[in-house]
Design a protein around this ligand. Structure first.
Ligand code: HEC
Ligand code: HEC
Length: 250
């Protein structure tokens, strides 16, 4: 076959293909794969729904894990912590690493899109103008003895003086709050998570933030040390063999 014949043959084949490929042919699909590759999904609502909503709730609330749509949480955590946790997860808890570099399924661009999406959609920085927020991570060692006192002052009315739970009435409905000192619960959460919940509350479940745990006369926000100490007291209830009915002897 001469070069020309090959070209002619190609042209003959290409012609009908070219006509079929024409955009205006009715019912003919546009070029490109019909299904977007998982790597190429970068829009925030889809990424959030597919990867986060099962644990953190649709719209970032009412999930089992901390509310991510809580502006107080977003303001204290800030972009850098959100990026780090989303990428690397939290070891020893149910929060998985998402970045490919940490064994997850998402690209750096997708992690970035998730974090920017959370901040754009849910953060309300104007609410905290001129206020000093507690630091995201504790900066001093905690003292469990002082923490117990702080717990009684700030938390007992809803969680019981010993943290084992209490009944609270909200809008005519009475509900029993679960135990915070249950070793099985404590085995599932990190100290940072306890701290984040104390600072940001769980507005979706009726728990106030660090500013309003006590109400009425003499009410005041918790200070940073009280938050740190309360975490130390709660964490002191962890046991080595959580979830097992009897401690194992070596
Ligand atoms: C006005 C009532 C109220 C006060 C005050 C309060 N909480 Fe809560 N807290 C709740 C409710 C409601 C929940 C959600 C129900 C549950 O988890 O049992 C909750 C949940 C929690 C959780 C579990 C949240 C999670 O997502 O894992 C922790 C930890 C917690 N509270 C700690 C504290 C500490 C520590 C204090 C004091 C600094 C405190 N709470 C003060 C009402 C309160
Ligand atoms: C399988 C359940 C699960 C899924 C899915 C999940 N998380 Fe989490 N996440 C958790 C738990 C549990 C924690 C608390 C970890 C701890 O104890 O520190 C957490 C903690 C976090 C924190 C840190 C909270 C703090 O205290 O600062 C961030 C940020 C977060 N998740 C973001 C995400 C994002 C974004 C996604 C989706 C890409 C996601 N999570 C998917 C369970 C989950």
């Amino acid at each position: 076959m001469s070069g020309r014949t090959v070209l002619q043959a190609l042209l003959l084949c290409a012609l009908p293909l070219g006509m079929l490929g024409c955009d205006r042919a009715p019912g003919y699909p546009k070029p490109g794969p019909e299904v977007v590759r998982p790597d190429e999904v970068v829009d925030f609502p889809t990424l959030y729904k597919q990867n986060c909503s099962a644990c953190h709730g649709a719209d970032g609330k009412n999930g089992a894990a901390i509310s991510l749509s809580n502006p107080v949480y977003l303001a204290t955590a800030g972009e850098a912590n959100l990026l780090a946790v989303t990428a690397k997860g939290v070891k020893g808890t149910l929060m998985p690493p998402f970045a490919k570099s940490s064994g997850g399924m998402l690209t750096d661009q997708q992690i970035e899109s998730l974090v920017q999406g959370m901040l754009r959609t849910w953060s309300r920085p104007d609410q905290f103008a001129g206020q000093t927020l507690p630091s995201y991570a504790s900066s001093t060692p905690g003292d469990a003895e002082r923490g117990q006192k702080a717990f009684v002052t700030f938390c007992a009315r809803c969680h019981g003086a010993d943290g084992s739970g209490a009944s609270i009435t909200d809008g005519g409905k009475t509900e029993k709050n679960g135990s915070l000192v249950d070793p099985t619960y404590l085995a599932l959460v990190s100290d940072q998570n306890l701290r984040s919940v104390i600072i940001a509350g769980r507005p979706d479940e009726g728990m106030p933030d660090w500013r309003s745990d006590i109400s009425g006369a003499g009410s005041r926000p918790m200070n940073d040390q009280e938050i740190t100490d309360t975490v130390a007291w709660l964490a002191g209830h962890r046991v080595k063999t959580a979830g097992q009915p009897y401690p194992q002897h070596p």
